[in-house]
Ligand binder design. Structure first.
Ligand code: JCH
Length: 245
């Protein structure tokens, strides 16, 4: 899969993209991630990407000209400033899935992550300031996604979350053992508790059943603990119509 990230803080992604499984996925060729500085599509000598809001009010808004130009370049695999031929999207097809991170978007769920992981290409557009000109929502975004009901300072943290969640679903990225575990977690319950050595630590013991070698009993215990935890902190997940899919 190829993922293009558009941001005014390209350095933000140095950590997330060079760490752990994401770094390995890139080295092994499962993932081609490219980070682009939105200012490269600015046309004035100050490289500005924002402007004052029509109608007044505090703060600044991201400009549609810069963001639309950036998206069109990326869709067509062109460098900043290279002219884009009409019809202004990828020749011979649809534009790639282009996700605008925003607190007003559809909440990120494992179901959406699975859907995004099935794409050949993703474009993740990170705004800053008080928001993004509405024409960018209309002309660029195929999806508007929120990380959750709280306000971040920009889209970068949400984009990094999408990259991690999507990359671990790419074929070949997780080993077989981890993939099998993942399937069970995707059935809509929170995780059961995990333990490693020692069997007793500061007076806290590993439950006897986990040391029994009885795999049926272990599976039943884990399912009970998962249900218990889900009931306590996320009862909404147990509603048949309202789960993560
Ligand atoms: C963002 C901001 C006040 C936005 C600018 C771009 C995503 N789940 C989630 N929370 N926050 C975001 C997000 C994504 C992109 C941007 N901001 C800051 C500040 C706003 O209005 C209340 C909107 C926040």
């Amino acid at each position: 899969m190829r993922i293009d990230l558009l941001t005014i803080f390209p350095g933000f992604f140095d950590g997330p993209l060079d760490t752990s499984l994401v770094a390995t996925a890139r080295e092994q060729g499962h993932l081609d991630v490219r980070v682009h500085d939105l200012r490269d599509w600015s046309t004035d000598r100050h490289r500005s990407v924002d402007d004052a809001p029509y109608g007044g009010g505090a703060g600044m808004v991201m400009r549609p000209d810069v963001l639309v130009a950036a998206a069109e370049s990326i869709w067509n695999d062109l460098a900043p400033g290279e002219p884009v031929q009409p019809p202004l999207h990828v020749a011979g097809g649809e534009r790639p899935r282009t996700v605008l991170l925003t607190p007003r978007g559809r909440p990120l769920t494992q179901a959406l992550v699975r859907e995004l992981a099935g794409e050949d290409r993703l474009v993740l557009l990170c705004g800053r300031y008080e928001g993004i000109d509405e024409r960018v929502h209309e002309l660029v975004a195929t999806d508007e996604v929120s990380l959750g009901d709280y306000v971040l300072m920009g889209g970068e943290v949400a984009a990094a979350a999408i990259v991690e969640a999507v990359v671990r679903l790419l074929p070949g990225v997780l080993g077989n053992a981890e993939s099998a575990v993942q399937e069970s977690f995707e059935h809509g319950l929170l995780e059961h508790p995990h333990y490693t050595r020692p069997a007793e630590f500061r007076g806290h013991e590993v439950p006897e059943v986990l040391r029994s070698g009885d795999h049926g009993a272990i599976a039943a215990w884990r399912h009970e603990r998962a249900l218990e935890r889900t009931r306590a902190v996320r009862p909404d997940l147990l509603e048949p119509t309202d789960g993560p899919g």
